[in-house]
Write a protein that binds this ligand. Structure first.
Ligand code: TXA
Ligand code: MG
Length: 319
């Protein structure tokens, strides 16, 4: 398995139009040259991702990102200044260099400057931006460790750039302007509290399942393969029994069956950083038949964590 910290090797593969898994502070991305439609097409194939679900374009700086849009409004300047590099994606009018496939034909392009030092260095060396969705098969839990990528998409990538564990652990917050109102389309690694401090109140539109064109909003998503339930843990244990059950709790430990505690100290940031790795561990444990999870307090990154837990609990209509 080609995996390591060799930025030159990652660069070479990307320049040849190949796929490279890149570390970001949110989750690992499955990256290719965003300006090369053939390379972008191979991302969709590797992930088995429908082409109506557009990709985020990663740039080395706000200055570099501006080359890919036709407008750079004041709100974008304010948010980029405050939070880039970081876990925020902005939807802006797409410039002519961005291929149709990247935006699935939509009028806006999603842009972000990620914070991981290896990936920032890589982006600085490249003379094109990187299109990168999370590096997981479509609909599954996002990867927060290089091993997660290796296990599922290792065959499909030319190289995995090893940036260790993702610091934030959940995907970026996605924002844009909708009819004059700044709108959050996907709750993520940047909290609403932090955003409000910079731009005031924002609208939230992340709970529809009928508009898959809006970001990260497919109803069943981030989902383990095993049955996943969200509710009151003691009640669910009484209903399903302890045998074959595993529990995924916020800060309290539940004895008697396999249990993963996201953050014993009750810290939303630690819980976010742990969430996907714990979900994967329970999904992979052969003694576990079902996962019983509880929601976390609905503030800070807790909102985004709860969004992921709820989507994981939605029954799949396929597979
Ligand atoms: O933290 C992240 O955002 C990670 C890392 C790798 O950067 N990426 C990520 O990508 O989560 P992905 O593809 O798994 O989720 C991106 C979401 C998708 O749900 C997609 O629908 C939405 O962003 N999106 C991308 N481009 C869009 C566009 N032009 N218009 C509307 N939604 C868009
Ligand atoms: Mg994803």
């Amino acid at each position: 398995m080609p995996i390591g910290k060799d930025i030159a090797r990652a660069q070479e593969a990307l320049e040849a139009g190949l796929l490279v898994a890149i570390p970001t502070e949110t989750v690992y991305g499955l990256a290719a040259n965003a300006l090369d439609p053939m390379a972008v097409a191979s991302i969709f194939r590797a992930k088995n991702r429908p082409e109506f679900d557009p990709l985020i374009v990663h740039a080395s700086s706000a200055g570099a990102a501006r080359a890919f849009v036709t407008e750079w409004p004041d709100w974008a300047e304010a948010l980029a200044n405050a939070f880039w590099p970081g876990p925020l994606t902005l939807l802006l009018p797409r410039g002519p260099m961005i291929p149709d496939l990247v935006t699935s034909g939509l009028p806006r392009v999603a842009l972000r400057v990620p914070r991981h030092p290896l990936t920032l260095e890589l982006l600085q060396r490249l003379d094109f931006p990187l299109a990168a969705p999370s590096a997981n098969p479509f609909g599954y839990v996002s990867p927060t460790l290089p091993e997660h990528v290796a296990a599922q998409l290792g065959e499909q990538v030319a190289y995995i750039l090893d940036g260790a564990g993702a610091e934030v652990g959940i995907e970026s917050t996605i924002m844009g302007m909708e009819e004059g109102v700044l709108t959050v389309y996907r709750l993520g690694g940047l909290s609403l509290e932090a955003i409000r401090e910079v731009v005031g109140d924002v609208a939230l539109r992340s709970h529809s399942s009928s508009h898959p064109a809006a970001p990260g909003m497919l109803h069943s998503h981030y989902a383990p393969l095993k049955p996943f339930y969200v509710g009151d843990i003691p009640e669910m244990l009484a209903r399903h029994g302890q045998a074959g059950s595993a529990t995924l709790s916020f800060s309290k430990a539940y004895e008697g069956q396999r249990n993963e505690v996201l953050s014993p100290e009750g810290d939303d940031r630690i819980a976010a950083a742990q969430l996907f790795a714990r979900m994967r561990a329970l999904d992979a444990d052969p003694s576990v038949e079902r996962i019983l999870a509880e929601l976390v307090p609905e503030d800070g990154l807790g909102r985004a964590i709860n969004d992921r837990l709820r989507r994981a609990a939605v029954k799949r209509t396929h597979t």
